[in-house]
Design a protein around this ligand. Structure first.
Ligand SMILES: Nc1ncnc2c1ncn2[C@@H]1O[C@H](COP(=O)(O)OP(=O)(O)OP(=O)(O)O)[C@@H](O)[C@H]1O
Ligand SMILES: [Mg+2]
Length: 455
């Protein structure tokens, strides 16, 4: 049975073009306006809704609200004209899952629909499942549409099907583990295992036997033969997290695995041959550790065949809304509460914050908001206090840092304002009219402030 998709657009050519492109993969319904769309939504179990924001005199936003209030709401993707991204952002705040800009890129539409379907099946998954199990499924979802994340996604698609060793570098909470899962799932061996080892958590001796296994009697306490994690991962992938922390003797053994694809169990001389894809991650610069003398250069070269650099969240503020929205949905359904959007002020404070803990920190802030809010909209007072006290780091703008030197940052209105302006411009892709709307200024006031603040 194909998944059901309802396409709503007042232009016949768009409806029919989409239908013919998608009908092999979806059970497609079409409607030209709100009333027709609602009839279909009420009578058919529609999984996916792809609707234009402008439906002649009617608004796709109203359709969205009604559709999301249904007992089994579809996952909604909005189509929007190029240049009206702010309306799309607004739609996402009201619960749309994503948006695409016209002119449509059919490949993008198709990919989004598939991802949306995946998210829907996750949401309707039995809520009895432990949070941990749900989490491991959700790990496949790498959210982000910023240029920096697009580069990461393209790289993943390019290298996932190969056997190349991959090094993922990035600050804590930027999604390195999510990337490792995604790489594994796209490796073309989905049935094979992904084995995860947190290298920093174990003493050197334990790490060695954890990775490579040991024979009975290899050391005091080794009462049984033990199969190591590399052998467990045979035919699949191994994720070596915090690779920078491993000790010199395990580094030597790892080097050999990478060059010869074989090793010996601790206490044995018989080589074990394996076929494992190695993915390593670190939140330090591995090159830096080599320069400091704590990491072998030859091992670094073996690991650094392909490097994926995870951008910190403060360098891709465009993704904040997307991520926040996805977490809002996740925590609403997890806590069995209705979906609630963020107020403008709450959104602005998320956009202005610097996120030293990256996506992980954003996720906890959203959880806090969902849990603390008893009203229909999540406002700044439902968010943790530190968010409001700490403006975005002034380091990214010389003018702002000059102002910050003159006043303590937490109370500096100029710095706060400059951060809000920067974030609004990032969220609207530099469109000043829309950024001004978001900020509640006139366009002319925004122009003046940009000049005054040397932005
Ligand atoms: N692009 C993303 N889309 C959706 N969720 C994300 C994304 N990036 C990170 N997350 C979520 O943020 C949290 C932290 O991600 P993850 O554990 O992958 O970070 P990390 O880089 O491995 O951090 P650390 O260095 O501290 O181990 C997880 O809950 C993860 O699901
Ligand atoms: Mg991690």
């Amino acid at each position: 049975m194909l998944p059901t998709l309802l396409i709503v657009d007042d232009e016949r050519a768009t409806r029919e073009g989409l239908r013919s492109a998608l009908e092999e993969q979806f059970d497609v319904y079409t409607a030209a306006g709100c009333a027709e769309a609602l009839n279909i939504l009420k009578s058919e179990p529609i999984a996916l809704l792809l609707t234009d924001l402008r439906l002649g005199a009617e608004s796709g936003m109203d359709l969205l609200a009604t559709a999301l209030a249904l007992p089994e709401p579809p996952v909604a993707i909005m189509m929007t004209a190029y240049g009206s991204v702010d309306t799309a952002v607004e739609a996402m705040r009201r619960g749309a899952w994503h948006f695409v800009t016209k002119p449509l890129n059919l490949d993008e539409v198709e990919m989004l629909l598939k991802r949306a379907l995946h998210s829907r099946s996750l949401e309707s998954e039995n809520r009895q499942l432990s949070r941990q199990v749900q989490q491991s499924h959700k790990l496949d979802r790498l959210i982000g549409k910023s240029p920096a994340m697009n580069t990461v996604t393209e790289m993943i698609q390019q290298v996932a099907p190969t056997r190349a060793t991959i090094l993922i570098e990035g600050e804590s909470g930027t999604g390195k583990e999510v990337v490792a899962h995604t790489l594994h799932h796209l490796s073309g061996r989905p049935a094979a295992k992904l084995v995860i080892v947190h290298c920093a958590a174990l003493s050197p001796q334990l790490l060695e036997s954890e990775l490579f296994g040991h024979e009975k009697g290899a050391f005091t306490g080794a009462s049984q033969r033990r199969i190591g994690r590399f052998e467990q991962a045979d035919g699949g992938s191994i994720f070596l997290d915090e690779i920078g922390e491993i000790d010199p003797s395990t580094q030597v053994k790892l080097l050999r695995v990478l060059s010869e694809r074989s090793f010996e169990r601790v206490g044995s001389n018989t080589p074990v041959k394996i076929d494992v894809r190695v993915i390593a991650a670190t939140n330090k610069s591995l090159r830096g550790l080599v320069d400091a003398g704590s990491f072998r250069e030859d091992l670094f070269f073996r690991l650094n065949v392909v490097k994926i650099q995870m951008p910190p969240l403060r360098h891709r503020r465009e993704d904040i809304v997307l991520l926040a929205n996805s977490f809002l949905q996740e925590f609403a359904s997890e806590n069995q509460r209705p979906f609630k959007p963020l107020s403008d002020a709450a959104l602005l404070s998320l956009l202005a914050y610097d996120w030293p803990g990256n996506v992980r920190e954003l996720r906890t802030v959203i959880e806090h908001g969902v849990v603390m809010c008893n009203e229909p909209v999540i406002d700044t007072r439902h968010l943790p206090l530190f968010l409001l006290a700490a403006p975005a780091a002034a380091t990214e703008s010389a003018a702002a840092s000059k102002i910050a030197l003159e006043n303590p940052p937490a109370f500096n209105l100029h710095a706060l304002e400059a951060d809000a302006i920067r974030s609004a411009l990032a969220a609207t892709h530099g469109n000043r009219t829309h950024a001004a709307d978001l900020l509640g200024f006139s366009r002319r006031t925004l122009q003046r402030k940009l000049k005054d603040l040397h932005l």
